[in-house]
Design a protein around this ligand. Sequence first.
Ligand SMILES: Nc1nc2c(ncn2[C@@H]2O[C@H](COP(=O)(O)OP(=O)(O)O)[C@@H](O)[C@H]2O)c(=O)[nH]1
Ligand SMILES: [Mg+2]
Length: 251
Amino acid sequence: MITVFVTGTAGSGKSMLTKALYDWFNERGQDAITCNLDPGVLSLPYEPDVDIRNYVDYAQIMEEYSLGPNGALILASDMIATRLAEIQEEIDSYNSDYVLIDTPGQTELFAFRESGHYIASEMRSDSKILLFLFDPKLCNTPSNFLSLTLLYASVGLRLKLPRIAVLTKKDMAREDSSKIIGWSSEASSFEEALSRSDGEKSLLYSKLFSILRSLSYGVSLYPVSSVTGEGMVALVGEITRIASGGEELLD
Ligand SMILES: Nc1nc2c(ncn2[C@@H]2O[C@H](COP(=O)(O)OP(=O)(O)O)[C@@H](O)[C@H]2O)c(=O)[nH]1
Ligand SMILES: [Mg+2]
């Protein structure tokens, strides 16, 4: 069993990619299931096989604890950890090759709280892989790309799983996608764009970027479209390569 945690900023395409991966595997005769870990989500582009909303009632938490939407989301996300044994049992009952885990809209609820770390480290699986999604709209300038890469590095440091950086929505951001892929794969292209746009900050940014690269963050970015299926072959290839032991955990 290979478990894939799909993380990224709100709106980066986690739920859509979860669905796209699910369809991709099932269309090719491989078993995959989806698991929604977002207690507050109202609608999803797929029908989750395992759904945290059956375990944790977000609306009831708001009422019972007199909390606003954010406080209730935090408490609900923490409560997920207390139900892990049951969730695990439900996941295991499918005996599936791939378990695709869609994480809460606000990435910090999963990545930066102890409960998320607990779930990522304690969930049983032969292999666990972290996907972090880069939304092209949030990283189409050199400094924004750097700040999202820093977030990716923080999430990687918190969750301590082998990881893949994914650039989403290729179909709707073709020019931005190729520019961003250029920055991620060639340091000189990033430095050049930086020197054109960020004036006196460029030395700091360039140093930060080179540190991140040396720690293997932001080097290979997999561009995909969950709508057209572009890039899925390469992404799934990387997932299976890592799962078969092709990648050591680098931190
Ligand atoms: N065109 C296009 N839109 C996408 C793609 N992935 C996500 N979206 C859209 O981006 C928005 C946010 O996607 P969603 O999967 O809900 O993001 P999440 O908050 O990270 O789960 C939705 O309107 C999606 O339809 C993609 O590959 N192509
Ligand atoms: Mg979502």
